[in-house]
Write a protein that binds this ligand. Sequence first.
Ligand SMILES: NC(=O)C1=CN([C@@H]2O[C@H](COP(=O)(O)OP(=O)(O)OC[C@H]3O[C@@H](n4cnc5c(N)ncnc54)[C@H](OP(=O)(O)O)[C@@H]3O)[C@@H](O)[C@H]2O)C=CC1
Ligand SMILES: CC(=O)C(=O)O
Ligand SMILES: [Mg+2]
Length: 760
Amino acid sequence: MTDRKPKTRLTYTDQEALNFHSRGRPGKLEVIATKPMTTQRDLSLAYSPGVAVPVRAIHDNPALAYDYTARSNLVAVITNGTAILGLGNLGALASKPVMEGKAVLFKRFADIDAFDLEVDTQDVEEFINAVRYLGPTFGGINLEDIKAPECFVIEARLKELMDIPVFHDDQHGTAIIAAAGIINALHLTGRDIADTRLVVNGAGAAGIASVELAKGLGFRSENVILCDTKGVIYKGRAEGMNQWKSAHAVETDARTLAEAVKGADVFFGLSAKGALTPEMVASMADNPIIFAMANPDPEITPEEVAKVRDDAIMATGRSDYPNQINNVLGFPYIFRGALDVRATTINMEMKTAAVHALAQLAREDVPDEVAAAYDGARPRFGRDYIIPAPFDPRLIHVVPPAVALAAAETGVARQPIGSMAAYKTQLSARRDPVVSVLNTVFERVRRFPKRVVFAEGEEEAVIRAALSYVHQGLGSAILVGREERVRETAAAAGLDIDGRAGIEIHNAARSQHNRLYTQFLYQRLQRRGYLLRDCQRLINQDRNHFAAAMVAHGDADAMVTGVTRNYHTALEDVLRVIDARPGHRIIGVSIAITRGRTVLIADTAITEFPSAEDLAVIATEAAGVARRLGYDPRVALLAFATFGQPRGDRATHVQEAVRILDRQRARFEYDGEISADVALNPELLALYPFSRLKEPANVLVMPALHSASISTHMLQELGATTVVGPLIVGLNKPVQIVPLGAKDVDIVNIAALAAYNIGG
Ligand SMILES: NC(=O)C1=CN([C@@H]2O[C@H](COP(=O)(O)OP(=O)(O)OC[C@H]3O[C@@H](n4cnc5c(N)ncnc54)[C@H](OP(=O)(O)O)[C@@H]3O)[C@@H](O)[C@H]2O)C=CC1
Ligand SMILES: CC(=O)C(=O)O
Ligand SMILES: [Mg+2]
């Protein structure tokens, strides 16, 4: 009956789920030391006797625990296993996979360390006592999967007893995400919240909290019906009641869920699998909003809904359907914001701030990285995208700042955020170490904004990158392309570029500068076999030549290209227009970034078999890049051998390169020939006390292009390493080339590096 079919679900077998949990180290968590623990000295500092120093300091001033221990970033995920997802009361032990899962999500999405604690008691007092004394260990307490009504008592008492945030995720996390989703769904269906009829099935932890927050948003009490296993919670009902249910009892004739949902606008399922039938869905109002949030199986599936009507906005709690209304979008970021201001609690204002931040984010354009999380189908605000996806990289710098600000404004922040801009950068860097490495670059470009020409202005990723460049305050963007084509591509992607300050479109064929650029190119190429008309064609029809000519003439400050053409073709185009900087050689430098470590690798683009002289030049140019990125260069000239061992002819030109640098009195730390492991590992390096490198290298000069290329590609594919580049270094004007098919985030990073003139 409908042509709006739900997207295909991912599938897995039970055996695959078991294998996932058992393979390798069983479970999903391990503990990793954050300090070196290799030498006797490390042991003395970390343990006895050194550890006594912070012990005394904390005793004298308890606030110092945030500085000397992991407490400030540590959350407990605590349960008694009485309401494991929608599986019911299966006990503390069986809940462990879910709690480990929550801990992993804390880490993955918000860089919060979390321990799962499964407390084997169903007695409220015993449970409270098991938790209340854990305050010194943690910065926050995330209560999970504890059934109602005990969860209400437990949370309220622990909040009174503890001076750190205590947050029952199933109550508030769920309510916050459902509230964000409903704000957007009401907007899309043109409803007024004050007249909207809501039915909530499930009057437990999640149901009660969601009703309370929904009413806080503007749903009127008389328009909200709550149901449980006994049916509608109406005024006067006696069976299966408690004070939390009674607070939401209404005057109604409806007694069953089927009667309650008849004509209702919105259904929230926080109950159990299959609780909502297709017949009930069919009886709802036009454009019904159905959030079937029970896990792992919803109250009704999107396929079942699609069979009976095609006008529903449908959401579930699962990752394998569109519109995932799940507290995973909340708890990592809410705790991140709360921990970062050392909040004493998570109050209503902080929760509301999270609701609005999430709702707003879903309305914004989606970057490539999120599109990738949707199997390449870029979601756009609408019926199938009312809430951000869990893998949205923007969540980390959108939700915590809103929460932190609300904490400060309501006086529960012990240490409010100083600079919000700096905090947002710090947050992004938690998820993406590239952000912290490029932070100096971005900051500097923001202070001295630049006009960057994007040669491939008709490409969607490029238009997104240009918009992002402008939005981030880095300067203005010129898109080279046919106006209509650029506009069409932008419109199809839902990007608004018309009249946007800072965005210009330049059509090479129609540019008033063509005559000038053509003459300029002809002067350069006439003795290289090019006729005037060849140069005319290159300027009129080839965007790389046109864009490079803009930069050569100062009509743009920097250029970015490469999305549609392979690296070397794009470089040849550019080199017809722009030379090397006098006294310099063009080389390629790649930046390999892992958490806590950045290494430059050169030459990753130009010289296939560098001579000793070439290697010395490459070392010098790469050291310059390291300096421009804010590092003191420590350059290792790599070979398969280290200081003469094993012997072999191929290392001799590396040794000679080191002698050339000596003769040139190079003003940076360097040594070679040295193998990559010795260059990067302090313990191996210590075996060569005569080495001029006293600490591991941060610049690696490769003996040849093949080793450079192979190693950077392996790093990119195998490890948790991001490789940026190759960046072009030594060109007379700032031009950078991105890898073929680069995504918008990568293009913006490279545009910022071009604007920063990383190539010197
Ligand atoms: N998507 C998300 O992010 C989240 C989803 N949930 C889901 O919500 C559900 C409830 O969790 P939680 O509140 O923590 O659990 P609780 O045990 O606290 O509450 C369960 C509630 O559901 C009611 N219920 C159970 N089965 C039915 C049914 N067939 N029809 C009507 N009501 C029913 C119970 O009724 P009674 O009071 O009569 O026993 C009770 O009120 C679970 O499926 C869970 O997975 C929870 C948290 C987050
Ligand atoms: C998602 C979650 O916390 C639950 O279903 O219990
Ligand atoms: Mg839960």
